[in-house]
Write a protein that binds this ligand. Structure first.
Ligand code: AMP
Length: 189
């Protein structure tokens, strides 16, 4: 059986969102992207959206308590009972610990943390290209560099956290979407 409680971990532009969508289509489990949820909240002008907006436009992390609240509510929804693909959460040690507790309280555990690695210069080029296509407000070069630094300092250390809990699989994120998808499928088995 392929794993259904997954976390995709990797720097901005590594293809987490694209790969998560693939798994959604194939396995019918929901993608939980805190970035998508925060962008929707910001567009809708909700309280959470207002709290998040400034941080997002600067490429900084939204405070843990805000993001943990968003993730907790989403994970509690019915469709997440079948499994989930976390994309962009957790991003800090405090978020990872909160997730561990949330899942333990629900009586389940993360089955895989799939860490996707790609060279930083390739990522910046990918993100600048995405900026042209999608017009995301946080895809300009200065913000992209900041998001990379934030990833290195705050999120990359989570690889060690998941290695320790025995669920880590590292995947090479270079190459086209199909190639990386095949590596991820193997990592889920
Ligand atoms: P993403 O679409 O995952 O790249 O997220 C876009 C932006 O949303 C990030 O640069 C952060 O400002 C914010 N964000 C998304 N997820 C998180 C998280 N788990 N913790 C803190 N901030 C987040």
């Amino acid at each position: 059986m392929s794993a259904t409680r997954l976390l995709l971990l990797g720097p901005p532009g590594a293809g987490k969102g694209t790969q998560a969508e693939r798994i959604v289509a194939e396995a019918g489990i929901p993608q939980i992207s805190t970035g998508d949820m925060l962008r929707a909240a910001s567009a809708a002008g909700t309280e959470v959206g207002k709290q998040a907006q400034g941080y997002m436009s600067r490429g900084e992390l939204v405070p843990d308590e805000v993001v943990i609240g968003v993730a907790r509510e989403r994970l509690a929804q019915d469709d997440a009972k079948r499994g989930f693909i976390l994309d962009g959460f957790p991003r800090t040690a405090a978020q990872a610990e909160a997730l561990d507790r949330l899942l333990a309280d629900a009586g389940v555990a993360l089955e895989r943390c799939i860490a996707i690695s790609v060279d930083e210069e390739e990522l910046v080029q990918r993100l600048l290209k995405r900026a042209e296509i999608e017009g995301r407000a946080d895809d300009n070069e200065e913000t992209i560099r900041n998001r990379m630094r934030v990833y290195r300092e705050q999120t990359e250390p989570l690889i060690a956290h998941y290695r320790k809990s025995g669920v880590l699989v590292e995947v090479d994120g270079r190459g086209d979407i199909d190639t990386v998808a095949a590596r991820i499928a193997e990592a889920r088995d």
